[in-house]
Ligand binder design. Structure first.
Ligand code: G3I
Length: 350
């Protein structure tokens, strides 16, 4: 039995290495997203899922070869790190932080204050305003303190706004009031004087009511000396519904003018809807990736470009939309797609 497992493992590692070797057959070994991004002075990242990071050598190799920063897709969210009132569980997140350290990668930690993926003890507890303030402050102090010096950045507040630019009616807004945003940033800074602190949102990538609201929110925070480093433009887009490159650049420019960093923080492209053959759709997705990378490279305020997953195999989108999707840079067999080569081209030539 043991022998069978041994040979099965050897076979798996060999086939993984072969796939990886074939997947980069078109490029010299030294040309990777990571090497090119480092030359251009920006970070290139992927959101990381823990199960394959723990068990899949090809996933590990691809991540470390192609990316120099890792975003934490799920396991730093409240329900993972703080499942019971007095229990914190850091093991899964530590796996990623340790991997990043041993491969000379940075970690973009995600997320301190969100309205989703909260534990039941929190959502079903009937807490007063003062109690909720204590819970959130203790959570931020504990978690940011634990990872002090080990992560480069935190998404402090995520998706606090509705599409029309009003504040989203979350447990935090209801229980604490609009000041929870400012408080969260200040508590994060108390726990780590050096870590970068971000406001992160979707559908606010180009120009429009929501991105105007993000702009005005962060402008007010800056005016009140709230310690905010930058804004994450998530960039969850689809064929046929993505902001024009010019609007994204205008948005990056105005945020940069406030003295803020900008990250393209969670890019993926829904490919299911829209006309065209599969090949044409992959090319359209590639063009969108190229546009957004090019917008990012146009202003030094844009420091980082992250895709929301390493390969299509583990993307959240097929499950979420109930449709086959091909949203990322590597396919389900970890082969590079047109989007990958489009980013290589922009980083190399534009
Ligand atoms: O952990 C359980 C597992 O125990 C169970 O077996 C499995 C069965 O479905 O579910 C697992 O939890 C899932 C979790 O991802 C981990 O895979 C949840 O059901 C699922 O809802 C959760 O989805 C995540 C989603 O946030 C939650 O809203 C996605 O992976 C993650 O990519 C997505 O990420 C968000 C960012 O945090 C914020 N911006 C938008 C982005 C996309 O929605």
């Amino acid at each position: 039995m043991k022998r069978r497992w041994f040979f099965a493992s050897i076979l798996f590692i060999l086939s993984a290495s072969l796939t990886l070797a074939l997947s980069s057959y078109c490029l010299p070994n030294s040309v990777t997203l990571r090497s090119l991004a480092e030359k251009r002075g920006i970070e290139i990242g992927a959101a990381v899922a823990i199960p394959p990071l723990k068990t899949d050598p090809i996933y590990q190799q691809l991540l470390a070869n192609q990316f120099n920063t890792a975003s934490v897709e799920n396991v730093m969210k409240f329900e993972y790190l703080h499942p019971q009132p007095n229990t914190y569980t850091f093991e899964q997140a530590d796996t990623l932080v340790n991997f990043a350290k041993s491969h000379n990668m940075k970690v973009h930690a995600h997320v301190l204050v969100w309205h989703i993926q909260l534990p039941k003890w929190l959502t079903e507890g009937k807490f007063s305003r003062d109690q909720l303030i204590t819970i959130l402050r203790d959570h931020i102090h504990k978690v940011v303190g634990y990872y002090k010096g080990k992560v480069q950045a935190w998404d402090v507040v995520n998706e606090a706004l509705n599409d029309d630019g009003t504040l989203r009616n979350t447990i935090w807004l209801q229980g604490i009031g609009p000041d929870y945003i400012e408080m969260a940033f200040r508590w994060a800074r108390e726990a780590d004087p050096n870590v970068e602190l971000y406001y992160n949102d979707y559908g606010a990538d180009g120009l429009g009511p929501k991105s105007d609201a993000v702009y005005s929110l962060v402008k007010k925070l800056k005016a009140k000396q709230v310690p905010i480093t930058g804004v994450g433009l998530q960039m969850h887009v689809g064929l046929g519904w993505a902001p024009p490159k010019g609007d994204v650049l205008a948005n990056i420019n105005r945020l940069g003018d406030l003295g803020l960093n900008v990250h393209i923080s969670e890019m993926d492209v829904q490919t299911y809807d829209g006309p065209g053959t599969e090949e044409e759709k992959l090319q359209k997705a590639a063009n969108l990736y190229a546009d957004m990378m090019s917008a990012c490279l146009s202003n030094r305020a844009c420091k980082s470009f992250t895709v929301w997953g390493l390969t299509d195999k583990f993307s959240w989108l097929p499950g979420f939309t109930g449709k086959p999707q091909s949203p990322l840079l590597f396919d389900t067999n970890y082969r590079p797609k047109p989007a990958y080569y489009a980013l290589i081209d922009v980083l190399q030539n534009k």
